[in-house]
Design a protein around this ligand. Structure first.
Ligand code: GUN
Length: 284
């Protein structure tokens, strides 16, 4: 068997066209243009690229974006003061604080300071708590992108056994909460670096999601023939090649469907940020 490719680039384009239409509709009917404030602290090149790509995507769908660049030496107090201003700004519906922050700044304090109505990354304890309580507001973008990739490719999720490898607060943990929501109805197992007999778990899965951050970790012998494999990893090898957490060439021979890296989950993350920003503006 050679797996069908789950094309995140294509789906991101389709969904961004839908978001653009809905954004135009909001402007026409309520005179409201969704706005995203992006806060970038310091000069980390990867963060600069992420923020630039997010702002470009905003432009494409008609969402206003406001960039706030602060020097790496900014104090936590000044950053919190900026967050307070953005929380109160009616033109700003979503706030994105690009992580990581410099080590002298308490990331948790900054995330906690975001208005729960503007937390379009879905990282705050408020957003995660609502999700855990079964009444989600903003779903974190990467796990929401994974869900959309599955659902929009007609992969049955209800009743399926999904094994998530990785328990991070921004991917594994919220993905498990999303998949077990009523109406989505997956049976979820979360594995991690301390799990015993990991391959026994992954081989029992209908869907395996690799989100642990280790290059080509998931091998073909860890996947049941016909299973669906989603790769959330982005790892750079010493020679500069970009690879996921899945041994793509081997696993695609046994899986029924698989996401490529790049072009799988990655493009979906930004799309779901746009989606959340539109939702934030709509619920004003
Ligand atoms: N750093 C790496 N990924 C992300 C993301 O999705 N959102 C934010 N705010 N920072 C990040």
């Amino acid at each position: 068997m050679t797996a069908v490719l789950l094309d995140g680039k294509q789906l991101a384009q389709t969904m961004q066209a839908e978001i653009a239409a809905q954004t135009a509709e909001l402007l026409r009917t309520r005179g409201l243009r969704p706005g995203l404030a992006a806060v970038l602290v310091g000069e980390d090149p990867a963060s600069q690229i992420y923020v630039r790509n997010k702002r470009r995507a905003c432009d494409k769908v008609g969402i206003a974006s406001f960039l706030h660049e602060l020097p790496a030496a900014v104090t936590e107090l000044d950053l919190l003061a900026l967050i307070a201003r953005l929380n109160a700004d009616p033109a700003v519906h979503g706030i994105l604080v690009q992580l990581p922050l410099p080590p002298h700044i308490n990331e948790a304090a900054v995330v906690d300071a975001l208005s729960p109505f503007k937390d379009v990354d879905g990282f705050s304890p408020h957003s995660l708590g609502l999700l855990a309580a079964g009444r989600p507001r903003f779903l974190p973008c990467t796990p929401h992108g994974v869900l959309q990739l599955l659902v929009r490719n007609n992969i049955p999720v209800a009743g399926a056994h999904v094994v998530v490898i990785g328990r991070s607060n921004i991917v594994g943990k919220p993905l498990a909460l999303i998949l077990m929501q009523k109406g989505i109805d997956a049976t979820v197992t979360v594995c991690h670096s301390r799990s015993k007999n990991l391959a026994d778990w992954t081989r029992s899965a209908d869907i395996v999601v690799a989100a642990l951050g280790k290059a080509r970790f998931l091998r073909a012998d860890m996947v049941r023939p016909g299973a669906v494999v989603v790769d959330v990893g982005i790892n750079r090898l010493p020679d500069g090649t970009l690879v996921g957490d899945v041994d793509f060439e081997a696993v695609r021979q046994v899986a029924s469907a698989i996401t490529p890296v790049p072009g799988g989950v990655g493009p979906m993350t930004i799309t779901m940020l746009l989606y959340n920003t539109l939702q934030a503006a709509r619920s004003v």
